[in-house]
Design a binder for this molecule. Structure first.
Ligand code: FAD
Length: 347
C-alpha cells in the first residue's frame, strides 16, 4: 500500500480507462472444478456467468486425481470455449496415466481448440506413495516437454495447424510452491529446482499453491529469480471467508492456516446469519490485504481459488479494486463496515 492508503498498483478503473489488456493491469484469473454430478452443472454455470463479469484473463479448470474427471473437465472446458468469451486453461496430470494415454488426451483437447494447459504431476491416492506409471511420465516438467513435442509434431505435419498455432500459440502453465510442497514432501529449494526444470521444458508461467502471508510469495519469487527462473509467478489466493474450507484445504495440501487467521474467523458464530455476514467481511478484508500486498510486492496478478462459489472471490477482487464489471451487490458487501448487520449471500 502507498502512504495514502491507496493501492500502489494500477486498479481496474485504470484498466478500463486504458482499455482491457492494458500493459499495467494486473491479471485476474479463477480456478474452477468440474461439476461433481449433473445436478451441480446449472449452479456452476451461474457461477461462471457471475465470475465472467470480473473480466478475468483466464479461468483454469481442475483435473481430478488420476484423470478421474477427464470427461467432466473436458466438457466444462469445451463449454467455456463455445459459449463464453473466457479463456480456459485445462489442468492435466500425469499420475496413473501412460504416455500414450496422455498424448491422446492432449490431442483431444487440442482438437477442441484448447490452447492453454496447466501441466501437473498430480498426487497419488491418499494411502499410497508416489510412483510413476510404468509407461508414464515422472514429473510435471516431463509433461510440459510432452505438450511442446505434440504441438511441434502437429505443426510439422499440418500447414493449417502451423498457421493456427502461429495465431494462437500454445501456452503452458505450471505449479509453484511458496513454502515447499508438503503434499509431496519436498522443500522450497527442491521445488525451485523443479520450477527451473519446468521452465527449461517450455513452461510460460507459474501459479502458486495457496499461502497466507506476503513473505511466502515474495521469498519464493526472489529465490526463484536467483536460481534462474524468469517466467511470471502468479500468486494463488484463497478467499479467507470460510474457516471450515480453509481447514479442509490444509488437510489436502499440508499448507497450514495461520492461527491469527483462524482466530479472526472463529470469533464469529457460524449459526448466526448476522455473525456469518460479519465473518465474511472480516475474511474478505484479510484476502484484500494479501492481494494488495502481493501486487505491491510485484506480483503480475492474482489467481483466485473459487471453489465454484463466486461471492467471496468477487468481493475480494472488488476490495482490491480489480472487480471489473462484477455486480455492485458484491461491492456493497465489502464496503459495509464490520458491524453492519446485513447478512451476506453465500454465492
Ligand atoms: P512436480 O514438479 O513433478 O513435482 C513433484 C515432486 O518431484 C516434487 O517433490 C518436486 O520437488 C520433485 N521434482 C520434480 N522435478 C524435479 C527436478 N527436476 N529436480 C528436483 N526435484 C524435482 N492436482 C490434481 O490432481 N489436479 C489438479 O487439477 C491440480 N491443480 C493444481 C493447481 C495448482 C496451481 C497447484 C499449485 C497444484 C495443483 N494440484 C493439482 C496439485 C499437484 O498436482 C500436486 O501438488 C503435486 O504433488 C505436485 O505437482 P507438480 O506439478 O508440482 O509436480
Amino acid at each position: 500500500m502507498s502512504s495514502t492508503g491507496a493501492p500502489a498498483h494500477p486498479t481496474a478503473d485504470d484498466a478500463v480507462a486504458d482499455g482491457l489488456g492494458a500493459v499495467d493491469r494486473p491479471t485476474v484469473s479463477f480456478e474452477l472444478f468440474p461439476p461433481r454430478n449433473p445436478d451441480a452443472a446449472p449452479r456452476l454455470w451461474s457461477t461462471v456467468q457471475q465470475l465472467a463479469a470480473a473480466r478475468p484473463d483466464f479461468v483454469s479448470v481442475t483435473y481430478g486425481a488420476s484423470g478421474s474427471t477427464r470427461q467432466t473437465t473436458r466438457a466444462l472446458v469445451r463449454r467455456l470455449l463455445r459459449e463464453t468469451s473466457l479463456s480456459p486453461i485445462a489442468h492435466l496430470t500425469c499420475v496413473g496415466t501412460s504416455r500414450e494415454d496422455l498424448t491422446r488426451t492432449v490431442e483431444e483437447f487440442l482438437d477442441e481448440g484448447v490452447r492453454s494447459f496447466l501441466a501437473l504431476r498430480g498426487d497419488p491416492p491418499a494411502d499410497e506413495s508416489w510412483r510413476p506409471h510404468p509407461e508414464g511420465l515422472p514429473t510435471a516438467s516431463a509433461l510440459v516437454a510432452l505438450l511442446r513435442e505434440i504441438e511441434r509434431r502437429r505443426c510439422a505435419t499440418s500447414p493449417a495447424q502451423a498457421v493456427r498455432a502461429a495465431s494462437r500459440p500454445l501456452s503452458v502453465a505450471v505449479a509453484a510452491f511458496p513454502r515447499g510442497n508438503a503434499g509431496s514432501g519436498s522443500t522450497r529449494e527442491q521445488d525451485i529446482a523443479a520450477l527451473l526444470a519446468k521452465q527449461e521444458a517450455g513452461a510460460d508461467f507459474a501459479i502458486t499453491q495457496v499461502f497466507y502471508d506476503v513473505d511466502s510469495y515474495c521469498e519464493l519469487v526472489a529465490l526463484a529469480r536467483d536460481a534462474g527462473v524468469v517466467i511470471p509467478i502468479i500468486p494463488g489466493i484463497i478467499p479467507m471467508t470460510d474457516p471450515a474450507r480453509l481447514r479442509r484445504v490444509q488437510q489436502l495440501t499440508g499448507v497450514e492456516v495461520p492461527a491469527q487467521v483462524l482466530d479472526v474467523l472463529d470469533a464469529f458464530d457460524p449459526e448466526d446469519p448476522v455473525d456469518v455476514g460479519r465473518r465474511h467481511r472480516a475474511g474478505t478484508r484479510l484476502g484484500v490485504d494479501l492481494a494488495n500486498a502481493v501486487l505491491d510486492g510485484g506480483a503480475p496478478g492474482v489467481h483466485l481459488y473459487t471453489f465454484n462459489t463466486p461471492g467471496p472471490a468477487l468481493d475480494l477482487l472488488e476490495g482490491a479494486g480489480l472487480g471489473g464489471d462484477a455486480p455492485s451487490a458484491h461491492s456493497r458487501v465489502t464496503a459495509a463496515p464490520l458491524d453492519d448487520p446485513t447478512p451476506v449471500p453465500t454465492s
